[in-house]
Design a protein around this ligand. Structure first.
Ligand code: GUE
Length: 296
């Protein structure tokens, strides 16, 4: 057990504090309150918990929270009409449509209907393109949170070997883009990668975002590496439900230089970065300077 445990929960609380300070300054100087609209379609219990937490933390940061809960069977046209209203609402600076959406909806069409300037998830195809070309984008919250933790742990990331395990549009691909923008040498690995263990052992930075409990073993980790575990897997163990990551924490912590725990690592950073992105969107919408240290 040699690795430093990266305190994502504590770091996230610091980020939220800095967001709250900036929000208070905006209110005092301009009388403007950044606003975040969260849309939940259906009654998925996990999604309900996340949406409630987002609302609480948004208000705690001094921002306005608008929650829209629609029944699972809502026609897509109705959701698109709501998004159009939120796009046009000057009190709303950020819009998040909770994923996954019910099966009858086309998630890509829904996401691409959001005004890209209000797309605080960074999932709109325009933001994906801006990030991919190194231009100013709205950056997906989870990878942005991981980047903040990595910069804090390592300082300059240039020249480091980064391996991202997982190629999702939500985490793996944008994470790789961010690390490339930091001048890392980046490899994206996935289920078809040959000798995944050996590849992982070449990583100075190892980001696990595959959604398979404890898949990354301790002997896949290069001694001294920084390990970022994005996985949040609910498993049954010894008769109770536990939350574990995509990394075998006990094994990896004996080898890594630093590692994020689950829970208390990347998860809390996701919501903190959602608030940071809402603040950033509000500043950009008004032509004010962006908050320092809260963007990519
Ligand atoms: N459009 C959209 N944007 C999202 O950002 C989005 C989404 N849809 N759908 C669901 C996922 C999941 N997600 C999490 C946020 C915070 C924690 C978090 O704070 N986790 C804590 C506690 C975990 C727990 O106790 O359940 C931790 O890891 O320590 C986890 C997961 C955002 N998501």
């Amino acid at each position: 057990m040699g690795a430093r445990i990266i305190d994502g929960k504590g770091f996230a609380s610091g980020v939220r504090g800095r967001v709250a300070e900036a929000v208070a300054r905006l209110k005092a100087a301009h009388g403007i309150t950044p606003g975040l609209a969260v849309v939940l379609v259906g009654e998925d219990p996990a999604s309900q918990v996340y949406v409630r937490n987002k609302g609480v933390q948004t208000r705690e940061a001094g921002m306005a929270s608008f929650e829209h809960k629609l029944p699972a069977e809502t026609p897509q046209a109705e959701l698109l009409a709501l998004i159009a209203r939120l796009n046009a609402d000057p009190a709303v600076h950020g819009i998040l449509v909770q994923l996954p959406l019910p099966g009858h909806m086309d998630a890509e069409a829904v996401i691409n209907a959001i005004d890209p300037r209000k797309d605080v998830d960074g999932f709109h195809v325009l933001n994906v393109g801006l990030l991919g070309t190194g231009q100013k984008a709205m950056v997906p919250c989870t990878p942005l949170g991981c980047l903040m933790l990595l910069r804090d742990a390592l300082g300059d990331l240039a020249g480091l070997n980064a391996v991202v395990v997982g190629r999702s549009n939500i985490v793996g691909k944008p994470m790789a883009q961010l690390l490339l923008n930091e001048s890392c040498t980046v490899t994206i690995a996935h289920s078809r990668t040959r000798d995944l263990a050996g590849l992982c052992r070449s990583a100075d930075i190892l980001v696990a975002a595959v959604g398979r409990p404890r898949m990354i073993r301790g002997d896949w980790v290069k001694p001294g590496a920084t390990v970022i575990d994005v996985g949040i897997n609910r498993i049954e163990e010894e008769g109770r439900t536990r939350l574990v990551g995509d990394v075998d924490f006990e094994g990896a912590a004996g080898v890594a230089g630093a590692i994020t725990p689950v829970p208390g690592g990347v998860g809390p950073m996701t919501i903190a970065c959602l608030l940071a992105n809402t603040l950033t969107a509000c500043c950009r919408a008004n032509g004010w300077p962006e908050p320092e240290g809260l963007t990519a």
